[in-house]
Design a protein. Structure first.
Length: 252
């Protein structure tokens, strides 16, 4: 089967610096792959190239066999590539339910009609409620998003990606900035999405215990280049990876 996501010689230069350097990788359908690497390794830049936030200097990204060369970031979302950011990206002045319902509405391409009674849009609300249950936010449905904790905003952002019915989720450090108390809840959300078995997940994260627990495979970026790609066990035993981190993966 054609991989859901593939890159060929994917590269980007800023001046003379190659932030991503000829990266070739393939990701199977319904697979969980994590990306690790020291700060400055090119992880978020790699995400930006996949999602269309940046245009490569050379190389291509393929989604289900189709080149994304002429596809904008919005096009890629509509195709099924959902992207979260290190800084949460929600509508701060809308309620939690309204945020997710808008995403459902966008996916279904439904335009609200001021002459149509709001109860006729009940199917949108029902779908949004099901998603809030998945991301453990049902009890916050009527709360305005800017009143949520950082961890709750992360869960809401993931819920909005699910509402868009994306086939692959690009999660950029979903636990960054969270308190220790908030981390288990976001892990439960990600673990439940994986358990459903209908999404592919590409994760950037620094918490190795989380990565080893969740990942089917791990790719390692170092100075913008692909250093290794394999099972968590293979990566943990890889001497080249350990040398690159000057002391081993426990310091990632």
């Amino acid at each position: 089967m054609e991989p859901i996501l593939k890159t060929e010689n994917l590269s980007i230069k800023f001046g003379e610096h190659r932030a991503v350097d000829r990266v070739n990788f393939e990701m199977p359908h319904k697979h969980f792959k994590s990306i690790i690497g020291p700060n400055g390794a090119g992880k978020t830049t790699f995400f930006n190239l996949i999602s269309g936030e940046l245009e490569p200097t050379e190389g291509e990204v393929f989604f289900k066999g189709e080149s994304l060369k002429k596809r904008t970031a919005v096009d890629r979302t509509r195709l099924g590539i959902g992207r979260s950011f290190q800084i949460t990206n929600v509508f701060p002045n809308l309620t939690v339910l309204e945020n997710v319902r808008l995403a459902v509405q966008s996916k279904r391409k439904v335009r609200f009609d001021v002459f149509r009674h709001f109860l006729q849009y009940k199917e949108l609300t029902n779908e949004a409620m099901q998603i809030l249950e998945q991301v453990l936010l049902t009890d916050k449905m009527n709360q305005v998003a800017n009143q949520l904790s950082h961890g709750e905003k992360r869960k809401l952002e993931i819920g909005m990606l699910l509402a868009l019915d994306t086939e692959i989720l690009l999660l950029d450090e979903p636990t960054a900035g969270m308190s220790l108390e908030e981390v288990p809840a976001i892990l439960d959300v990600i673990r439940s999405i994986k358990a459903r078995g209908d999404k592919s997940i590409l994760l950037i994260e620094h918490k190795m215990d989380m990565i080893i627990d969740l990942s089917d495979s791990i790719m390692v970026l170092f100075n913008g280049a692909l250093l290794a790609d394999g099972t968590p066990q293979d990566i943990m035993k890889n001497e080249t990876v350990q040398q690159a981190y000057l002391g081993g993966l426990s310091n990632v």
